[in-house]
Design a protein around this ligand. Sequence first.
Ligand code: ADP
Length: 193
Amino acid sequence: MRLLIMGPPGAGKGTQARLIAEHYRIPAISTGDIFRAMKTADTPLARQVRDIMDSGGYVSDDITNQIVAERLAESDCEPGFLLDGYPRTIDQVETLDAALAASNTPLDVVLSLQADEDEVVARLLKRAEVEGRSDDNEDTIRVRQAVYAEQTAPLLDVYRDHGLLVEVDGLGEIDDVSERVFKALDAKLGESS
Ligand code: ADP
């Protein structure tokens, strides 16, 4: 299965991504995790990524597209993959689509995890206390929500038009959400096979 998980920052994508990956035995690839690992290095690129992330903006499409293409070419992605946090812009959608079409391995489903803004801001502030992520402060969180609404939420319409979108309510206990997600994904996969 090849799928994307989308949703506003704080909707619980990372948590659900890990559970989905385990359940369907596919790798979960998070561009946020890749960039967080990258930004600790002392190189010009790492410094650039660090500054962008700490401001709440998006890393450039060129860098992001290249990093994802390299990751998807690894052999563990042959049975499928789950992308978390990518694509986030129209350019990234088009680049991914073209790459997957070229290898005749199109997406099977795009999962949208839904949560309202007050709930996600509250969750992110709590995560800031627990994990200490440098981009989890209130100002950056507001910027990330706004950038998501402006640049990434419209991508859901694109995938809806392609007949790929499945929407799941992300509120509630983690296990309840994942049960809902597995059911919705299985229904969608059954529909297309
Ligand atoms: P969240 O979903 O909570 O915002 P992520 O871990 O997915 O967190 O991403 C953290 C940051 O990493 C983003 O705010 C952005 O700066 C950068 N990033 C992650 N994925 C992408 C992407 N596909 N394109 C551009 N920047 C990205």
